[in-house]
Design a protein around this ligand. Sequence first.
Ligand SMILES: Nc1ncnc2c1ncn2[C@@H]1O[C@H](COP(=O)(O)OP(=O)(O)OP(=O)(O)O)[C@@H](O)[C@H]1O
Length: 227
Amino acid sequence: MIQIENVYKSFTLHNQGGAEIPVMAGASLRVSPGECVALTGNSGAGKSTLMRMIYGNYLAQSGRILVGGTDVASAAPREIIALRRKTLGHVSQFLRVVPRVPTLEVVAEPLRALGRPRAEALGRARDLLSRLNIPETLWGLSPTTFSGGEQQRVNIARGFAHPYPALLLDEPTASLDAMNRETVLALIEEAKARGAAIVGIFHDAPARDRVADRVMDVAAFTPAKAA
Ligand SMILES: Nc1ncnc2c1ncn2[C@@H]1O[C@H](COP(=O)(O)OP(=O)(O)OP(=O)(O)O)[C@@H](O)[C@H]1O
């Protein structure tokens, strides 16, 4: 489902005389449906960079990043937008939403964008918001004024609304209380059970041990310091 082949990435520092810093070389990884692979490695090893390349936010200089048959490394922007809508979900700790849209609509939006009926999309949103303990009194309000933890849970609900075949999880359990953390782990397990291929960064080691089938240390892809 997710297949990374021999990816190379460097950053060009335009404010430092155009210096080129290689950060990843020979990155390869294959994630099957129903499998969760956790990226590990020291701070600065390149976990976030690899996730951003899979999502199409950072461009790989060479190699292939196949997600459900689309090569993110060479796809046109509109192909990446379609991929993100149908196939590739992304759950981070941070909520970015259009102001003034009610929480229920924010969570239902990924399903509405795929043309799912309004009643079905809102039903799914209600189910997820209840499971993640967002009080019903907040559902009609925009989440922009919510607490950090509430915004994080709204973002998780939104990220799990559509059953994406591929999912990227960036510290999905960070700063959650025990009960909500348990719900998120259950959502991840359900996504695996329905066949989602998942790549995640989990600083929460017990969470990683529970949901990850394999661990990939990205230090293996760090270019030799002399290069
Ligand atoms: N936009 C950028 N421009 C220049 N260098 C960058 C950029 N993004 C990341 N880097 C560099 O790439 C390397 C990998 O960073 P990355 O954020 O992927 O590491 P990480 O493993 O996710 O670290 P952490 O666990 O601290 O989040 C670092 O040396 C970082 O400085």
